[in-house]
Write a new protein. Structure first.
Length: 167
């Protein structure tokens, strides 16, 4: 029998919802015999928002190296049993989708913070942007705390996705 899921990417921002997504992805990887890959994106807001190279000034190399070292240390705490763990710079959603394409993953499993209202409008949703642009399926995982903050009950949200052709 051919496995449909052979490689899984888990983007991590080191939050509780990312850790929940990682645990869910581990379960799927075990079930399907898939490899597991982690990525953390260090957001570069000016570059990521499309400003010209002349307007962008990166952190000094020593600070940048420190950010990478800190991110790698956090990833290594989560990387047991994974095939790869990578730290990249750029626009978060774009770099996640690029990492998925580069690795040839069959599934992205990521946490969702469940922001609504003004927070969603101002901060956006990385998970939503990834789901819109990824070439593979995207599974979002929320914690019980995130579900409790959500104004839409899970069953109602599932029905909305089904009506919109997502389920």
């Amino acid at each position: 029998m051919e496995h449909l899921i052979t490689r899984i990417l888990v983007p991590s921002d080191f939050s509780e919802s990312s850790d929940a997504a990682l645990e869910y992805a581990r379960m799927l990887a075990d079930r399907f015999g898939a490899s597991l890959h982690l990525v953390h994106v260090l957001h570069e807001p000016l570059l990521a928002e499309g400003l010209a190279a002349e307007a962008f000034m990166s952190e000094p190399p020593a600070i940048r190296a420190g950010l990478v070292d800190d991110a790698r240390a956090h990833l290594s705490q989560r990387a047991t049993g994974t095939s790869s763990a990578d730290v990249v710079f750029g626009h978060t959603a774009t770099r996640i989708v690029e990492s998925a394409a580069r690795l040839g993953v069959d599934l992205i499993v990521m946490g969702s913070h469940g922001r609504t209202g003004l927070a969603h409008l101002l901060l956006g949703s990385v998970a939503e942007a990834v789901a819109r642009t990824a070439l593979c399926p995207v599974l979002t995982v929320r914690t019980k705390q995130t579900l409790a903050r959500s104004s839409t009950p899970p069953v109602e949200a599932e029905a909305m996705h089904s009506r919109q052709g997502f389920g």
